[in-house]
Design a protein around this ligand. Structure first.
Ligand code: ZN
Length: 443
């Protein structure tokens, strides 16, 4: 009734089209017609009366957070032999077309920078490893001048709640590079990020060094991530992904682009905030770094590696944000700042219309659901939703150990800083991660 009253008494409705009201003695026979366009500003309170959820592609998906929803996905490292045939077909087609560089898979010990066989220079044009700070021009490293692209890795997490409240209170939008298994574990936080208009982006399924994976395993890591985001956001296909540890090369980025239409995003400054809880850095050190970047030159713009991983890392951002504003940086999510467009390949935003699309961009289909051969038998032990042990056990920084959820292992710090210094840091980083794992296990 409030809505009806608001409609009828709107000063913008032509009085000639509305019958006179006579107390309770009114007729419902009238010639009134509603205007062809909405006639209250979008910030008018009347909109709250019938606010709806984000638009979808029309397909009914399992409720986010429900057992049915969770059971449809691998609970740990995905088995590339049990993934959608369409994904494999798309990969094979790209390989046949010569679109995927034939670069050997890298190898590494846990926590160490991946290395390539002799003859394959990680900084050369053939490999161009982001771990070694080689920049493929198709990837995003910098924000436009004067802009800060706000992004956070490794969510959703319990610490995300406070971050999201802060972003909302500042009318700020960020890009959230989320880990698939973390979405399964923290669906409430996931929905909060999406419903507040945050960019939902991919950070793989279990946080491996992707250059160490076979083509098929890269596809599985990305495919499941996109599928979960797709089926949990009304059918949206995310546009951005960030490789864990910043570890990508020309092979991996080509798979991401050719099979899934993804743009690879790295960063140009690193807070190392992942190590706040392990003693690797301090809030003061981050504040000093942040202040230097924020008060420094505005060209190029900033993409700062930050994590929604702990209360400390969130606090570090909250402390830096007002400084960004007072130094007149333009801020926004990567979609807003870097691309000036949507975070999704088939929708203008979190709330706009969705064009039905498969997660395989090149094979746009009307039905986005993917039939997975062997589904229900994800590799690794299944952990039920809400179980936290699996995640905590992930912090060993061992991306290759199947069954471990590398989720919280932003850890290792394969920052694309200079290779030598990065490698030097790696030993202590791995040790810190191990300590963190032991602490987490003990709690
Ligand atoms: Zn990460």
């Amino acid at each position: 009734m409030l809505l009806l009253s608001a409609l009828l008494f709107s000063p913008f409705v032509s009085a000639g089209l509305i019958p006179q009201l006579h107390g309770h003695d009114h007729s419902h026979i009238s010639s009134k017609r509603l205007p062809s366009t909405w006639y209250q500003r979008s910030d008018h309170p009347v909109h709250n009366l019938f606010r709806r959820g984000p638009a979808t592609d029309g397909i009914a998906y399992a409720e986010v957070g429900s057992p049915t929803w969770s059971a449809a996905y691998p609970q740990s490292t995905p088995d590339s032999k049990a993934m959608a045939a369409e994904w494999l077909d798309a990969l094979n087609a790209a390989v046949t077309a010569g679109s995927i560089p034939d670069i050997p898979v890298s190898t590494n010990l846990p926590g160490e920078n991946p290395t390539y066989p002799p003859g394959f220079d990680p900084n050369g044009d053939v490999v161009c490893s982001a771990t070694y700070k080689c920049r493929n021009p198709g990837d995003i490293w910098d924000a436009p001048d004067g802009m800060v692209g706000i992004s956070f890795d490794d969510g959703p997490q319990p610490a995300s709640d406070d971050l999201y409240d802060f972003l909302q209170s500042n009318n700020e939008t960020a890009t959230h590079f989320m880990i698939g298994v973390n979405i399964l574990q923290y669906p409430t936080e996931f929905l909060k990020a999406f419903n507040m208009g945050g960019d939902i982006a991919a950070h793989t399924w279990t946080h491996p060094y992707t250059t160490t994976l076979s083509n098929e395993d890269v596809v599985a890591q990305l495919g499941w991530s996109l599928e979960l985001i797709h089926n949990s956001t009304g059918g949206r296909v995310t546009k951005f992904w960030r490789p864990p540890f910043g570890d990508s090369d020309n092979r991996v980025r080509a798979i991401a682009s050719e099979v899934f239409g993804l743009t690879t995003v790295i960063w140009n400054q690193d807070t190392e905030d992942w190590s706040l809880t392990t003693g690797g850095t301090t809030s003061q050190a981050i504040n000093t770094s942040m202040t230097g970047w924020i008060t420094g030159p505005k060209s190029p713009g900033l993409i700062i590696l930050e994590h929604e991983l702990s209360n400390l890392s969130v606090a570090a951002f909250k402390a830096a944000y007002p400084v960004m504003k007072s130094n007149n940086w333009n801020t926004g999510s990567l979609a807003q700042i870097v691309e000036g467009t949507s975070a999704y390949q088939n929708a203008p935003s979190s709330s706009g219309p969705v064009t039905p699309a498969d997660v395989i961009l090149a094979a746009t289909k009307s039905n986005a659901s993917v039939s997975v051969s062997g589904s229900g038998s994800p590799s690794g032990s299944g952990s039920s939703l809400g179980s936290s042990n699996t995640q905590q056990s992930s912090q060993t920084g061992s991306p290759s150990s199947s069954g471990s959820l590398a989720s919280a292992a932003p850890s290792t710090s394969a920052q694309p800083s200079s290779a030598s210094s990065s490698v030097r840091r790696m030993g202590s980083a791995a040790l810190l991660c191990l300590v963190a794992s032991l602490v987490a296990s003990a709690v």
